[in-house]
Every structure is written in C-alpha cells, then in structure tokens.
Design a protein around this ligand. Structure first.
Ligand code: NAG
Ligand code: NAG
Length: 617
C-alpha cells in the first residue's frame, strides 16, 4: 500500500513539474503519427516507436530530438534509431542513425534528451519515418516488494499514454504487451482496452508538445529475473589454435524478495505452486563449435547441467544447486574453447579478433560487464572497435605458463548491458610471428639442456645413487601412481558418458524422440568399448609391477564395478526406450526400471567409494 502511494506521488511530481513548463520551440518538426509498442514480456523492457516526422516550417531540419523521462532514462541500457521505408512485408530498414546525448536550454526538467541525425535534411513539407528502439534494464518494480514462497510475483510498470516529445503529435497509439493475461490492474483512460495479454491506448489526436498522462500497469511476472551484478568475461587468444572463454558470474534474482522461511520440501513437491517467483535454470547459447565446456560454482564442477548441440549452436543449461528466490545470489563460472581460425583474422598487416561482446545467457541484465581480451605475449599496437560506447583500458598482467613478460590485456567495461549488446567487437593488434616462436624456442632449449644433462649423467659414475634400491623403488612407485591416475581419468570419462546416457533418457521423456535416444546409446556404447580396451592395457601393466601389489585388488575391483554399472545402465536404457516404443504408461516404465535402478544406485555408490579410496593413496 505504502509503495502504491509513493508511486502515485512520484507520478504527480513528474506530472506537475512537466506541466509547469511552457515548452520551448525546438524546430518546425511535427509528428504526424506515432505508434509505440511496449514489450513487458521480459524484465528487460523494450519500447519500439514508429514515428512519422514532418517538416511544417520552411527551413530544412537535420536533427530529431528524442526525450525520455528521467525516471526511465536512468535505467536506459540501449537506444537505437533507424530510418524505415515502406510498410509491412516491403518495409526496409536503413542503417542505424548517429545519436548523441544533448542538453538543450529551456527543456522541461525531468527529461533526458538525445539528438538523432536524420539520414537526410528534411525540407519544407517533407516527411520520413523513423523507428526508435529503447531497452531498459531495471524498470519493472516488484509490488509488493516482498513475497512468501507460495506467492506469485507482481510488478509495476509506469509510463505516459502520450509520447513525451518536444513536438506536437497529430495521431498516436500505444500498445502494451504483457507476459500473459493475468493483469492485476491498469490505468483506464478514454480509448483504452485490454485484450488478452495486450493493453491498447488510443488513437489520440492533436496533443501539444510534452503532453503527458500517466499509465500504470500492475501485472504478474514469473519469469527469471536474472541480474548479473558483475560478469567478467575473459577471452584468451592463443596462436596455438584456441580461443579460451571463461565467464565469471555474480548473479542475483532481482525480483520481489522472499519473506519468511524457505522450505525445500515444499519447493520439490510443487515448484510451480511453491516457488513460482523463483528460478532454477538459465540457458546459455554458445557457438556451435564450442568444445571442452565446463560449469562450476564455489563447491566444484556441476555435472548435472545439460549440454546439447546442433550445427548452429551449443546450448548449456545452467542449473544452480538451489532455486533462486528474490534477493538470493549465486556465483558460478563456465568456460569453453573455440577454434582460433573462426575468430582471429589477418588484414592489412594486423591481426584482429572478431567476437561477440555480451553474455550468451538469455534475457540477462548485467549491471557491470567486464570483457578482458587477453592477447598473445608480444602483441603491440592494440586498438578496439565496439559499436556502442564502452570504457576501455589496457593491462599487462596475465601470466600463464611459459609467458615471460605477461600478456597485453584489453579491458572493456559496460554498465547495464542487455542482450542488445551482444554484437561483434574487433580487437586489432600487431604480432610478429617470431614472438610465436618464443615459447617453442624456450621449450626446445629447455629440452636441449635436459638432453645435455642426460648425456652428462649417463657418462658420469653415479653407481651408488643410481642402483640404490630406494631410488629404483621411488621411480617404480611414481610409475604406479601415474598408471593409477590414468585409470582414474578413464573411469571418470566413463562416468561422464553414463551421465550423458541418463540425460538422453530425460530428453526422451521431454520430447519422446526415440531415435535420438537410440543414437545416443550407440555413441555411448562405442566410446565405452574403446575406454574399456584402454583400461585393460593399463591394468595389465599395473599387475606386472610388484610395487602395485597392495593397491591392485582395489583398482581391479573399481574397474569391474564400473563395468557392471555400465551394463546395468545400458540395460535400463534399452528397457526405457523399448517401453517408449510400445507406448507404455509412465507407471509401467517405472515398475520395469525400478529393480535395475536400485542396483545402479548401489553400484554408483561403490564406484564413488572406490575412487575416493584410491584417490587417497
Ligand atoms: C572441472 O572440470 C574442468 C574441465 O573439465 C577440469 O579441468 C577440472 O579439473 C574439474 N575440476 C574438478 C574439481 O573436478
Ligand atoms: C566478424 O564476423 C562476422 C561473422 O561471424 C562477419 O559477418 C563480420 O564481417 C566480421 N567482421 C569483420 C570486421 O571482419
């Protein structure tokens, strides 16, 4: 209630302060028609205005002024204007027009002004159509500000039914698109109506400059309200063929905060009823050729996240360990590699990286986005090209193995980044191929000295230390440890394949795609067979080492258990697929799978325990 009153007060102040000014004359332009569409289906609010501008005076005009009320302008993340021609299917869109922030004299106080350069001077009586797109980041306000676990989330959006403009407007309409038809309330005016999930205002005729009438919409919004308070994206270029991307997120649910206790049990029993305002899944769309994808948080790698890919994209589903309610935070990192040749090119004696700027996560607002492009050591003459304003500076501090001086880092910073900022940026740099040889030269000279040292060693008489029993034992033990490490790695790879099999079953239950599921099994089967061959060889070599006598039985047991687990999983997989083909009910499928599932869970536990035991040696 208090917030409602405050809201009305805000609006009154805005209204009065605008009304107090007699508007100055900016030019002889008038707006013969404007259609505004406000899209509230995302927490990133987008307002698209199609504006027909006409020159009513006698002097040619080259600029058009866009004014945005200050309370919105503070949250403005992205502004774009372009010229359009034609209508409907034949509509064509020109290049984006230069926009600059201006501060004209005599402007009513509470608006922020931008000047758009028209594509051509508009002569007497001429007209043209502009499209202006504005995206706002934190403009939906949760009302009430706190909800309990079982409540829905309601938000408020406020604007004016008339375009706030320094020009007179002949005809105008406004439409407001909501996520669904559940509207708590909206301001009713003459010529206003709600139709399903859309509210329409107008047409209104002949309004004078800076006409204003408040419109408030209060509606249900239960989509992820994902806000990254800070995102650091590291793009590391290695001329050895890889671009490594690492993204560190500090994420918060920006909606109504949770009041009272959170019950995990309630949530699990009915996430829709007992956690409608929470979210537990985000989707990141990575490039199709992303490889070595991983996702971890403070605790460790999260392997339950899903990864799908097709020829156009790789989709990573990010599932935090707990659902996020309003005000809750989570930290996570994901990373992936990209093939260098798709992103780094050569032109006019320079190289350049051509890569997307923003976060690959859908519908995310980033309050502070930092993009660090880490160039190879020895790069010089660095410059960037970004299609929108950013802060930028250079650092020299990233030391990776084999670097001597550190690598130059180009740092770009953007406050309030939205998906509209996911545009390509280019970082240009000079790099002599000789620098590329530095690392191998270091390696080669390193090996050379090692080689010389070995020769010296084999010619010298070290008979005492070399043949000493303890020295030999140490070498053999190290060999055993290496072999065990390799076995563990292979078992872990097998476990990852098991997870993929399980994921394909989940996919099946979602999409019913039996063929896809069968393909997944075939692929997994092939991979597991190969790994099993490798395991056999390693086991043989371990068995022949007397040092491994103690540990060998455990390792052998691990391999055997994993093998059994594999077989059970494959059996379960074929049962489920079979059931789907026969179109059996979910209950029937569960009955058939249950005994196998029990065994699988037990075996998985045994494998984990053995891995832990062996890891401990
Ligand atoms: C997490 O995954 C990454 C990449 O696959 C790997 O390098 C790292 O060792 C893993 N960390 C743990 C704790 O498993
Ligand atoms: C950057 O890559 C895109 C395609 O990914 C391409 O269309 C664009 O022309 C490239 N930019 C430059 C400057 O080469």
């Amino acid at each position: 209630m208090a917030s409602c009153i405050k809201l009305k007060l805000d609006l009154c102040i805005l209204f009065i302060s605008i009304a107090l000014f007699t508007s100055p004359v900016f030019s002889d332009l008038i707006i013969s028609r404007v259609d505004r569409r406000i899209d509230l289906t995302s927490h990133i609010v987008r307002i698209t205005s199609t504006i027909k501008v006409e020159n009513d005076g006698s002097d040619p005009v080259s600029d058009f002024m866009v004014t945005i009320p200050d309370h919105q302008a503070e949250q403005l993340a992205f502004l774009l204007a372009y010229h359009t021609e034609g209508k409907g299917k034949t509509k064509s869109r020109g290049a984006s027009l230069p926009i600059k922030s201006v501060n004209p004299e005599g402007m009513p106080q509470p608006v922020t002004s931008y000047s758009v350069s028209l594509p051509k001077k508009l002569g007497k009586g001429e007209s043209l159509t502009l499209e202006v797109l504005a995206a706002f980041a934190h403009i939906l306000r949760p009302v009430p500000e706190q909800v309990s676990q079982g409540d829905l989330q309601l938000v408020v959006f406020q604007d004016s039914a008339y375009l706030i403009s320094p020009y007179a407007v002949k005809i105008q309409t406004l439409s407001v698109k909501l996520p669904d038809a559940r509207i708590e309330s909206y301001t009713k005016l003459e010529n206003s109506k709600a139709q399903g999930s859309e509210i329409k205002y107008g047409p209104y005729e002949n309004r004078s400059p800076f006409s204003y009438t408040p419109v408030v919409v209060h509606f249900e919004y239960n989509k992820p309200f994902a806000v990254a308070q800070k995102l650091v994206r590291e793009i590391e270029i290695s001329h050895w063929g890889n671009v490594q991307i690492t993204e560190h997120y500090n994420l918060v649910h920006g909606g109504a905060s949770l009041k009272g206790e959170f019950s995990r049990l309630d949530y699990q029993m009915g996430p829709h009823a007992k956690g409608a305002s929470a979210f537990n899944r985000l989707v990141a769309k990575l490039p199709a050729r992303a490889h070595s994808v991983y996702y971890r948080d403070e605790i460790g790698n999260i392997s339950t996240s899903n990864l799908h890919s097709d020829s156009k994209k790789t989709v990573l589903e990010i599932e935090p360990r707990y659902p996020l309610f309003g005000g809750w935070k989570t930290f996570f990192t994901f990373g992936y590699g990209l093939p260098l040749k798709d992103y780094v090119y050569e032109a006019e004696g320079k190289r350049f990286v051509n890569i997307s700027f923003g976060s690959p996560i859908d519908d995310l607002v980033v309050r502070e986005l930092i993009v660090k492009v880490v160039l190879p050591e020895g790069s010089s003459d660095i410059s960037v090209s970004v299609p929108f304003p950013v802060e930028q500076w250079q650092e020299q501090n990233k030391l990776s193995h084999l670097d001597i001086g550190g690598r130059p880092v180009m740092v770009l910073q953007k406050v309030n980044a939205v998906p509209e900022h996911n545009q390509l940026i280019q970082v240009y740099y000079k790099f002599s191929s000789l620098s590329l040889l530095r690392e191998p030269l270091m390696l080669i000279s390193g090996f050379f000295f090692l080689f010389v040292a070995c020769i010296a060693y084999s010619h010298a008489d070290f008979s005492i230390s070399k043949s000493s029993a303890s020295y030999l034992a140490k070498l053999q033990w190290e060999e055993v440890l290496t072999t065990i490490q390799q076995i563990e790695n292979i078992i872990n790879r097998c476990l990852t394949i098991h997870e993929r099999l399980e994921a394909s079953l989940r996919e099946l239950s979602r999409t019913g795609n039996v063929q896809g599921c069968k393909t997944a099994r075939k692929v997994a089967d092939g991979l597991l067979k190969d790994l099993s061959k490798e395991l056999k060889l390693l086991l043989v070599s371990l068995q022949t080492s007397p040092q491994a006598a103690q540990i060998f039985p455990k390792v052998e047991e691990l391999v055997a258990k994993e093998r059994e687990l594999q077989e059970k999983l494959i059996t379960k997989h074929s049962i489920v697929v079979d059931c789907y083909e026969k179109k059996l009910s979910g209950r029937e499928i569960e009955n058939r799978v249950a005994p196998h599932q029990q065994k699988i869970t037990a075996l998985r536990q045994e494998v984990d325990d053995l891995l832990e035991y062996i890891d401990g040696i």
